[in-house]
Design a protein around this ligand. Sequence first.
Ligand code: FMN
Length: 286
Amino acid sequence: MNEEAITEVIRRRTSCRSYEKSPAPPEVRTQLADFCATQTRGPLGTQARFLLISATEEDRTALKGLGTYGFIRNPTAFILGAVKQGPYNLEDFGYLLETIVLQATALGLGTCWLGGSFTRSSFAHALALQTEELLPAVIATGLPAESPRLVDRLIRSGAGSDRRLPWERLFFNNDFNTPLTLTETGAYAEALELLRLGPSASNRQPWRVLKTAGAWHFFLHHNPNYRKQMKLVTAIDLQRVDIGIAMSHLALTATALRLRGAWQTQPFPAPPDPDTEYIISWVEQM
Ligand SMILES: Cc1cc2nc3c(=O)[nH]c(=O)nc-3n(C[C@H](O)[C@H](O)[C@H](O)COP(=O)(O)O)c2cc1C
């Protein structure tokens, strides 16, 4: 991906739920399919595989029964992906698939994340999903419709898509009682802002980031009611996928801005409450 443009690509991406009936030109599909094939290992070590498929009528109708929300009109393709069970597998999945979403956005395509119980769906069949693999989410994609439907705007406002949590609810300095101010953020201001614009399941934005000297600690703030609701639909914790998405926005932006760092498990300050769980840290490197 063109690293200089990544910040603009992240800003431009929003979920697209109405597509043109005609598929993307073959060269665009080939570029995206080739990019999917390169995303085989997450930053936390999970092996993964991703596949671009053309949408069939069966896929379109299947979506309704699979625990996704928000009707998608005329998706012409889907991006499918699989990971095995393992520590950080859902974070790695989110990271890699969001990287693909941003590539699709850079190629002029619309995208929408769809989380659901896909493990026994036509998608699983198309991907030849193995018994030890999970298919936690799929991406609907295609050429964005020129005029989105009224219902798209209703889904956006229903999911609160345009409402992002303010900085002081997401980013903290040394302890969870002290919000991080812009001046203390330094070179990472842009990376955190672009993390904040990331997509998340039902726009819950479960990411919390705590800064200590030279490290950015990522926590997952579970919404207990949401976790219960999701467990009814899918056994998969989509909020861990959301954390992977946030990690990708931070790391891709940092790389574009020439800020070096690596993902590590670190000793970390205690979480503020039992619903908040430490996941991983981005450790700055000189
Ligand atoms: C893991 C995950 C699952 C999602 N599932 C759905 C879904 O089933 N249906 C849908 O319409 N949108 C879904 N979304 C999209 C979110 O609603 C959307 O990202 C959020 O409202 C923010 O809006 P934006 O993507 O336009 O910035 C999902 C997003 C993520 C990250």
